[in-house]
Design a binder for this molecule. Structure first.
Ligand SMILES: CSC[C@H]1O[C@@H](n2cnc3c(O)ncnc32)[C@H](O)[C@@H]1O
Ligand SMILES: [Zn+2]
Length: 433
């Protein structure tokens, strides 16, 4: 057996591999950031590693992956509630964002990373301003992230005119090229804030760098009407006509879709980031996720930013996703627990093009894993771990978290973030806002 610098033992391992392998009383061995072996604890005999984590009969599973967020919007949690998307954005969020700088975005990202790690998320896909600060902050927290500076038609509080935005993204692509935790994406905001030229140039840049292209698409009826009025096409039809759609595209939201749109998404192998709580809070609508899944489209789960959710807990997001579609379709069989858990793990990895690296516990993959403490009243008895993970576990039940082999939370204590300092700095930010 190969050497291990970390062994996580004594838990039920939910691998999320293609065969749905589960190992009762199992272990995961890690070396150099990667999983080297997993199996029943009995196989280990008296083997020990320099660092050991005792899962104490709990669950060991891949870290959850947030396929769409704006991490630093943690600074704006609760700033403007109970509004429709365009009023929320134009009258409240954009003015607040105009005052941001890189240090503030770094702070908001550290706050978000603390919240995410404490709730079992080990990777997030971000779109925001001052995204270099997001990458720096996430890396310093030991968090895995796909990061992308937002591109749109107007001047940005970060880079100024669009031309400098493309230069900024190119620099980021070069700077983080071989980083073990950070991957850079190209992220035009949406078809309604990006001219056709911008969208096509962004798609070329993403293709040239084999990078994801992340974009808000068909989030609301108002957006669809705007795009219909401008281009006589749906947002998806518009992107298809521009040649922007492809397997590296992550369409965030995808709420208001026609059958033709779904067919286009399928034919171009576009991935969808589903954000049910944000869509509910902004009253954007219900994404046709059961239809997307039936069409064979890969769907990952996201929280969107903290100002439209208002938290980053993917466990509650899974619960919401499972229940929202049941009540919407009046059918309790849609979006079963196993499907929803895949949307937060292996399918989320596929959404971001990271399926060779993360999303399941398998030898050779990065050691991104979490341990759930199940010795709790609300998790007892346990007939089916997958049922519990979707319908009963909450973020506070995550006991340990490992990212790329580094223990970032042990016994619910963050190892890479000075939480007290972050909380104090965010309180000071709010005082001055
Ligand atoms: C500057 S990065 C992204 C940009 O998008 C804004 N935003 C946050 N949530 C949404 C959403 O659901 N739809 C559209 N735009 C959104 C965010 O505030 C940033 O300005
Ligand atoms: Zn968003």
């Amino acid at each position: 057996m190969s050497p291990a610098d970390l062994i996580v033992r004594n838990g039920t391992v939910i691998t999320m591999d293609d065969r749905g392998t589960r190992i009762a009383d199992g272990y995961v061995a890690v070396n150099g950031g990667r999983i080297t072996a997993l199996g029943p604890v009995a196989e280990l005999a008296d083997r020990r590693a320099a660092r050991e984590i005792d899962a104490r009969g709990g669950l060991i599973l891949p870290g959850l992956i947030n396929t769409h967020t704006h991490a630093a919007m943690s600074l704006f949690r609760g700033l403007a509630d109970d509004l429709p998307l365009m009023t929320w954005l134009n009258d409240h969020i954009f003015p607040a964002e105009a005052k941001l700088d890189g240090a503030m975005v770094g702070l908001g990202t550290r706050l978000a990373c603390a919240e995410m790690i404490l709730a079992g998320t080990t990777c997030f896909c971000d779109m925001y301003l001052f995204e270099s600060a997001v990458a720096e902050a996430a890396g310093a927290c030991g968090m895995r992230a796909v990061v992308g500076e937002v591109l749109y038609d107007f001047d940005s509080p970060n880079y100024g005119p669009l031309e400098r935005g493309f230069a900024y993204v190119a620099e980021m692509l070069a700077r983080w090229k071989d980083d073990p935790l950070i991957r850079v994406a190209v992220e035009p905001h949406s078809p309604y804030l990006c001219a056709p030229d911008l969208l096509q140039r962004a798609a070329r840049l993403a293709a040239d760098h084999d990078a994801p292209l992340v974009i808000h698409v068909s989030e609301t009826r108002a957006e669809v009407e705007t795009i219909q009025g401008r281009y006589n096409a749906t947002p998806v039809g518009h992107l298809a006509a521009l040649g922007v759609l492809g397997p590296n595209v992550v369409a965030c939201h995808a709420v208001v879709l026609t059958e033709d749109d779904i067919d286009l998404l399928r034919r171009h192998d576009v991935k969808v980031a589903h954000n049910p709580e944000s869509n509910m809070k902004l009253a954007s609508g219900v994404a046709p996720v059961p239809d997307l899944l039936r069409a064979g489209i890969c769907v990952g789960l996201g929280t969107d930013g903290c100002a439209s959710n208002n938290d980053l807990d993917l466990f509650s997001e899974m619960d919401t996703a499972a229940k929202l579609h049941k009540v919407h379709r009046l059918d309790p069989t849609v979006m079963d627990a196993a499907t929803v858990l895949r949307m937060a793990t292996c399918d989320a990895a596929r959404t971001l093009g990271l399926e060779r690296h993360i999303g399941s516990l398998e030898p050779g993959k990065a050691a991104d894993l979490i341990v759930i403490d199940t010795a709790k009243p609300h998790l007892t008895p346990m007939y089916d771990p997958v049922s519990h993970l979707v319908y009963a576990v909450n973020g506070g039940d995550v006991h340990h978290s490992v990212i790329n082999g580094q223990v970032v939370m042990e016994n619910r204590t963050l190892q890479t973030i000075d939480l007290q300092a972050v909380l104090e700095q965010v309180a000071a930010f709010k005082q001055n806002a």
